[in-house]
Design a protein around this ligand. Structure first.
Ligand SMILES: Nc1nc2c(ncn2[C@@H]2O[C@H](COP(=O)(O)OP(=O)(O)OP(=O)(O)O)[C@@H](O)[C@H]2O)c(=O)[nH]1
Ligand SMILES: [Mg+2]
Length: 493
């Protein structure tokens, strides 16, 4: 460290004294002062050399650790499927590690379920109350709400409300019998959140016809937190499970019958239709499996884990030690980012240090708007984001992989008669999956070509990230692309 200071010799400070190291002897220095000064300087140099040595060792360790490590950055707007793709990688390449996280995912799935139930009750209670208050036949609580779902394209019945007195009394009954779920939601949110201030927004919050998001702050390792809590429980109470989570499961199990009845109720379904809410299209939807999921003996299936929804905040680092034979022992590091608009500034520091980016675009976004900005079409937002990413100079030599995701939802919407051309004016082709995907592939490739500072290969795949079977083929292709590029970059090919 001193060495660095010593390079700049003979420079004078503001007081006219030399600012070099070691300093000139002060004027009128006695012999004793000189001895003490020289000794002090020797000591300072020794400390400085030790620090330099430690820093060098640290640099070498990091270099060694990073040698052979593949680093990937997952990018894309919120709900495009980044965390779900990561789960696919884990399922395929580190299945044992993922199974070990099963308890953490069960808590997320339970939170998703109770979140949906509390949302439905709040929504229908509130609209019933508003209806009673206004007593108006033309009232519609979501009057200005953008139409974002397939079912939304069906004409709304009329200005007449279907909120019958029967629904009002039924929903009040459910509110009472399912009130313990408020507590369950709080317990689970607290367990999954590493920071009280970051726990999910109030259970009753209503966010444009869909439940507010369940969020977790990235980088703080919520899964390990949950494991640690469970271990603490083990030491203190000789039980393998966290007592708070056990309690939540018991309450949920006791409420199971009423949850199923609520979801099956004709009048509740009619009420949701009236509100234009399509629960099945929402992330983290488990109401169809409530009987199984709320059961005390419930163990999440792989399919459940892929469908669980937890919004990422910030940037989460996931280190995967590959378990598959061909890659056994290899270290792959994934940086999974929060995709909402407010999160995107935190991506940039990771640009410089990755081998590849995987950009996810939700193809289902063509007739949706951003949650965080209701005036912006999701596909348009993806286009703009893609252009920005392509034009980044920091990513010039990084491998680019684009995934056109949620093809299952896109397919269902096109088959249901939603016209892609109604939302994308430049689209003139047939309204089917393969033509729309061809169009999107060409569009993204053209933007990549146009906005990249230098020529760069682009690998495009279409995916349904909740289908591990179809996605695994893509994972293998991605792995090969990354490995080939990595070997080229390290001049081993
Ligand atoms: N139907 C369907 N759902 C999907 C697909 N991919 C992801 N999902 C679901 O979409 C929801 C959102 O996916 P996430 O992976 O959490 O999205 P994300 O990009 O990580 O979102 P942020 O963390 O907010 O940036 C989850 O509930 C997933 O199960 C898909 O291809 N099809
Ligand atoms: Mg995420």
């Amino acid at each position: 460290m001193l060495g660095r200071f010593m390079q700049g010799k003979d420079t004078a400070g503001p007081d006219g004294r030399a600012s070099q190291w070691p300093p000139y002897p002060p004027p009128g220095e006695t012999d004793l002062e000189k001895v003490l000064r020289l000794e002090g300087e020797r000591e300072a140099k020794k400390v400085s050399d030790e620090i330099d040595h430690e820093l060098e060792m640290e640099r070498q360790t990091t270099r060694k650790k990073q040698k052979g490590e593949k680093r990937l950055l997952l990018l894309g707007q919120s709900e495009s499927g980044k965390s779900t793709l990561l789960k696919n990688f884990q399922l395929y390449f580190t299945p044992k590690a993922l199974r070990a996280e099963s308890d953490a995912w069960r808590a997320v799935i339970h939170l998703n379920l109770v979140h949906s139930v509390n949302f439905i009750i709040d929504l229908l209670i509130n609209t019933a109350a508003s209806n009673a208050a206004s007593n108006s036949t033309t009232y519609h609580p979501h009057g200005g709400r953008p139409r974002t779902s397939v079912e939304d394209d069906a004409p709304v019945a009329s200005g007449l409300s279907s909120h019958t007195p029967q629904l009002s009394s039924e929903i009040r009954r459910y509110k009472l019998s399912l009130s313990p779920l408020r507590q369950v939601e709080k317990i689970l949110a607290r367990q999954l959140s590493t920071d009280e201030a970051e726990s999910p927004s109030s259970p009753s919050s209503r966010f444009f016809g869909r439940p507010s998001e369940v969020v977790v702050r990235g980088g703080r390792g919520w899964k390990s937190l949950l494991r640690r809590k469970a271990q603490d429980g083990t030491q203190q109470q000789r039980s393998t499970a966290d007592p708070a989570l056990e309690n939540a499961r018991r309450i949920l199990d006791a409420c199971r019958g009423d949850i199923v009845a609520l979801w099956r109720s004709e009048s509740v379904q009619a009420g949701l239709r009236e509100e234009g809410v399509v629960m099945r299209e929402q992330s983290g939807f488990f109401l169809d499996q409530a009987e199984r999921v709320a059961n005390m003996s419930y163990e999440p299936t792989l399919d459940d884990i892929l469908r669980a929804r937890l919004e990422t905040l910030g940037v989460e680092e996931h280190r995967l030690v590959m378990e598959t034979t061909a890659e056994a022992g290899q270290h792959w590091v994934f940086f999974d980012v929060g995709g909402a608009r407010g999160q995107r500034a935190s991506w940039v520091p990771f640009f410089e240090d990755v081998h590849a980016i995987i950009f996810m675009c939700s193809t289902a976004g063509f007739n949706e708007v951003l949650q965080e900005d209701r005036g912006i079409n999701r596909l348009l937002d993806s286009f703009n984001l893609w252009k920005t990413i392509c034009s980044s100079k920091l990513l010039t030599s990084v491998q680019f992989i684009l995934l056109l995701n949620k093809t299952d939802i896109l397919d269902a919407r096109l088959k249901a008669g939603v016209k892609f051309s109604s939302y994308v004016k430049s689209y003139k082709d047939e309204n089917d999956l393969s033509h729309v995907l061809d169009y999107l592939r060409m569009k993204f490739a053209a933007m990549h070509h146009h906005h990249s500072p230098e020529r760069r290969a682009l690998h495009v795949h279409s995916t349904c990230a909740i289908n591990i079977h179809t996605t695994s083929t893509v994972l293998v292709q991605i792995r090969d692309t990354i490995l080939v590029n990595y070997l080229k970059a390290t001049e081993m090919l």
